[in-house]
Structure formats: C-alpha cells, structure tokens
Write a protein that binds this ligand. Structure first.
Ligand code: AMP
Length: 113
C-alpha cells in the first residue's frame, strides 16, 4: 500500500490526530499553511472528491460533520475558518486520498491563489 493517508489510518505512519470515529480521521497537517491546519479524511481510500459515488452521500456528510466538530473543538468557529478540497492537478491536489483542509487562526484572502 503506497497511500500515505492509508498508512496514517492503519497506524503505520504517525500523525497528530484530533478526531477519529469508525469512518473518519482528522489530524494536523505536517506543513501548516495557517496557525491551525487540520486534514479530515475518510478512512476508506477514495482518491479524490470527484470519485465519490451516489451511494456515498452519508460518508460525505460524516466528513463535513467531523470538520465542523473539529473547528468547534479548536475554537475556530467564532472568528471563522476555511474549508478547502483540492480536486486534481489544476487544483494542486498532491495527496490522492480525499481530504478536507480546515484552515484557521488567521484572515484569508479571496480569491484564493
Ligand atoms: P493537497 O495539496 O490538497 O493534496 O494537500 C495535501 C496535504 O497533505 C498538504 O497540505 C501536506 O502538507 C499534507 N501532508 C502530506 N503528508 C502528510 C503527513 N504525513 N501528515 C500530515 N499531513 C501531510
């Protein structure tokens, strides 16, 4: 298995976990782009957002609900935070295991780079 996020799921690669349930894991990004930068992933290997199929609505909901809970836990809700999903090469996806970035602790600009 070569997927680094699958290795984090199975425990063979370390991560600073902040949330875990049966289907979803969240951990701090190793190269943070904000004071708080957490990644939320499905434990199941789905390479990218556009690979979700019609039977996986519930899993999408679980990922975003976990993101909401992590944002609350890390006290990002009052000031605001950003969720990002990079999908494919043009969007600068570098790890092909679906992940939602939670970025917080500073102001962000729009449009994004
Ligand atoms: P993306 O460019 O959307 O694919 O984002 C991939 C993210 O994964 C980047 O922000 C990386 O810093 C992060 N990353 C890569 N390897 C690890 C790792 N072993 N643990 C935590 N975050 C990682």
């Amino acid at each position: 298995m070569s997927c680094i996020f699958c290795k984090i799921v199975d425990g063979s690669l370390p991560a600073r976990k902040v949330y875990e349930d049966d289907d979803v894991l969240a951990f701090h990004d190793v190269n943070p782009q904000a004071p708080v930068h957490v990644l939320v992933i499905p434990k199941q290997h789905i390479a990218k957002f556009s690979d979700f199929n019609e039977h996986e609505h519930e899993l999408i909901g679980k990922i975003f609900y976990a993101a909401k809970k992590v944002a609350e836990e890390l006290q990002l809700t009052e000031d605001g935070f950003r969720l990002v999903v990079n999908n494919g090469a043009n969007a600068h996806q570098t790890v092909f295991h679906l992940h939602v970035h939670i970025l917080g602790g500073r102001k962000f600009t729009w449009p994004p780079g």
